[in-house]
Design a protein around this ligand. Structure first.
Ligand SMILES: Cc1ncc(COP(=O)(O)O)c(C=O)c1O
Length: 460
């Protein structure tokens, strides 16, 4: 094992020093992948030296998501304390289903869930769990909503025509999950959004009433705290009232920006979070832990037990259900995603989490100020969002993003809202500084100038 740790250290040191001078890895075209790297598997394995070279090559040619040139998705950076926790979780290799197999790591997970519930303002009746990603925490919410509507479904299968409601700007996991949960993709109703990308609540009421008249059973509204493209926040209190009047579940999908919970300056964006039935957030997005670290909490923990517990005498042999976390989880064997969040939170404190969140909004302000003060840019997004959406010199966003990627300059993606397609700069890497954001624009501008032939004709 010590030999393995030495090897690991050697490769990591090389990666880190290469990242410092080359924040974007060499672009390997997908058509050339198997010719560029030796990924083949053989009957008898290979000598250690050859193995090390193959591994080193693979690591160095892999996209670099922790550097100051990665703005492509809703995660980024590399938080030392969280990385340490995750490395230890790999070495410890516990499975989180029982106290017998995970011991104190159960306490680590429980503390994170309890503190999350405390900050929301929920008392001892609330609890939660970790799932492999925000799509899966949304799935767990939908299953709980379905089972709360009809307790017999988990035994007899779906007997009703159910409907769920979500905004047009919500995440694509919602229709996928409706298929998995037996509700059906065609029974997802998409509520339109206002110009900021927030759900139009007045339309929601009408849709629910109409569906009821047509014999459907509306069971749930999914709200979003940070829509995937625009980073918009749906309003909670009015939706809660509508759902109370119709006996429906409210889930708040905070996978992207639910971590504003930790910020005094920005938690107003999820005003009324204590009113929802379930809330999810990804610490691997705004808080910068390694992937994946997805949390769901339910106001009434009984729903987690009702939907996810199952007897298994070969597994649950000691301790109380409170300590056997498999009784409330989606999976059986489950990796320890909690430790990396705990090492982060333990070391920086709740105030430190707040600083991480606030810094991302500061970086977004810097980006928006730059765009607003430069007439070559058009801004599409609004304040209080860490997704900064813009176009440059009228060049199609997809063309610019693809060229930057293929030339190993920057990794940034594009998105669309209504009729517009634009570059989406996500200021989620809390290790970035003002210079990194300004450097992003400088790199973009010199790239366009140096590669004008790619973008011809460039409208002036
Ligand atoms: C709003 C929203 N919900 C859910 C998800 C899914 O999270 P994950 O990628 O962890 O499955 C995302 C991912 O970007 C998201 O933006």
């Amino acid at each position: 094992m010590l030999n393995t740790i030495d090897k690991f250290e050697k490769i990591v040191r090389e990666l880190l020093s290469d990242e410092a001078v080359r924040p974007v890895s060499e672009h390997v075209a997908s058509q050339e992948l198997y010719n560029t790297l030796d990924l083949s598997l053989s009957e008898n394995g290979i000598p250690d030296e050859e193995f090390e070279l193959a591994l080193r090559d693979l690591v160095l040619k892999t996209p670099r998501t922790a550097t100051n040139a990665f703005f492509n998705q809703l995660f980024g950076g590399r938080n030392d304390k969280a990385v340490l926790g995750d490395l230890l979780a790999v070495i410890l290799n516990n499975s989180m289903y029982t106290y017998k197999a995970a011991g104190p790591q159960v306490g680590v997970e429980k503390i994170l869930l309890r503190e999350t519930c405390n900050i929301i303002g929920w008392n001892g009746g609330a609890d939660g769990t970790f799932a492999p990603g925000g799509s899966m925490t949304n799935y767990m919410a939908m299953v709980m909503a379905r089972d709360a509507f009809d307790r017999t479904i988990k035994y007899d299968g779906v007997q009703h025509k159910m409907t769920v409601y979500t905004s047009k700007e919500s995440h694509y996991s919602i229709p996928k999950n409706a298929a998995f949960a037996g509700i059906g993709r065609n029974n997802v109703r998409y509520v339109s959004c206002d110009e900021f990308g927030k759900m139009n609540v007045s339309e929601l009421s009408k849709m629910i009433t109409e569906d009821k008249q047509n014999g459907f059973a509306p069971i749930m509204v999914n709200l979003t705290a940070g829509t995937t493209v625009m980073g918009a926040f749906d309003e909670i209190p009015e939706v809660r009232e509508i759902c109370d009047a119709n006996g429906m579940w409210v889930h708040l999908d905070g996978a992207y920006c639910g971590s504003v919970l930790f910020s005094d300056a920005y938690k107003h964006l999820i005003k009324g979070v204590e009113l929802v039935d379930s809330f999810s957030y990804n610490a691997h997005k705004m808080l910068g832990t390694p992937l994946s670290c997805s949390i769901i909490v339910a106001k009434n923990k009984q729903h987690l037990h009702d939907s996810f517990s199952n007897d298994a005498s070969y597994l649950y042999q000691t301790d109380h259900d409170e300590f056997n976390l498999g009784k409330t989880s989606l999976q059986c064997g489950r990796r320890n995603d909690a430790l990396k969040f705990w090492t982060l939170w333990k070391s920086v404190g709740t105030k430190g989490l707040e600083r991480i969140v606030d810094h991302q909004f500061d970086l977004a302000d810097i980006a928006r100020d730059y765009i607003n003060s430069n007439s070559d840019y058009t801004l599409y997004s609004y304040g209080e969002s860490i997704s900064v959406c813009f176009n440059y010199k009228g060049i199609p966003a997809r063309k610019i993003c693809t060229a930057l990627y293929e030339h190993s300059e920057l990794l940034v993606g594009y998105g669309s809202f209504r009729e517009d397609e634009f570059i989406r700069l996500v200021t989620i890497n809390a290790q970035n500084k003002k210079e990194d954001i300004l450097n992003f624009f400088k790199t973009l501008e010199s790239f366009v100038e140096e590669h004008s032939s790619i973008f011809d004709p460039v409208p002036q």
